[in-house]
Design a protein around this ligand. Structure first.
Ligand SMILES: [Zn+2]
Length: 226
């Protein structure tokens, strides 16, 4: 469903909502058009004017993931006051563009080639998907970061702590059962996690493997257990 903003990045959803509200305050009635576009939908659009009737509207094939709409970080707006969806006789799109820009969105009307006045996107990864492709490869991988992006630091810490405790029982290389057995470079970390109740151990003792110990120390140095 290309019109479903709920399929887009949570931060884009927030900004789309704000844009609609802020525009309404100035009498600009905005409706969302294209939002998330699947590869199949992008291919159908690419076929238009080539193998199917109509004018050519895009140079991006679905498989190339070169439309920001396919990455869930772009939406288009249309004018919804009954004067025509793309009527710009009173600089309607410039007014909406200015508000979008003030909300931290990149506006397609600021581009030179092509100028795309109905288009807005999150600015974090540049104007084109080049960087997204390098960083994540596929849209699905990118999507997994959306949730993390919305997590607070406290939530990230909470997960790191839980993993530390869960992983104690997964690794079975060299195992330390007492703090006195732990090498010097890991003692302070183990003591800290034990004191905080994050490491509980089993009836055999702490049961910390060498592999886990390294991970715990790295996390500790990164400040995750502070
Ligand atoms: Zn667009």
């Amino acid at each position: 469903m290309s019109r479903d903003i709920k399929m887009c990045h949570p931060r884009l959803q927030e900004k789309a909502e704000k844009l609609i509200t802020e525009c309404a305050k100035q009498g600009l009635i905005v409706k969302l058009g294209e939002c998330f576009r699947s590869a199949a939908e992008q291919d159908a659009l690419y076929a238009q004017g080539r193998t199917k009737p109509g004018n050519i509207v895009t140079n991006a094939r679905g498989s190339s993931y070169s439309s920001m709409h396919q990455w869930g970080i772009a939406f288009d707006v249309i004018r919804n006051d009954g004067k025509g969806a793309y009527n710009n006789s009173d600089n309607w799109f410039q007014k909406v563009g200015k508000i979008g820009r003030s909300l931290g969105l990149e506006w397609g009307g600021d581009w030179t080639s092509p100028v795309d006045m109905p288009h807005f996107q999150l600015p974090d990864w540049g104007s084109t998907p080049t960087r997204l492709k390098q960083l994540y490869g596929t849209v699905n991988t990118f999507k997994r970061t959306w949730e993390v992006d919305e997590m607070t630091e406290a939530q990230v810490r909470e997960i790191a702590k839980k993993e530390a405790n869960d992983m104690v029982y997964k690794y079975r290389d060299k195992v330390y059962n007492k703090i006195s057995e732990v090498p010097e470079w890991g003692k302070a970390t183990v003591q800290k996690l034990y004191d905080k109740g994050i490491l509980k151990g089993t009836e055999k003792g702490l049961e910390i493997s060498e592999t886990l110990l390294r991970l715990l120390v790295i996390n500790d140095r990164a400040g995750l257990y502070n």
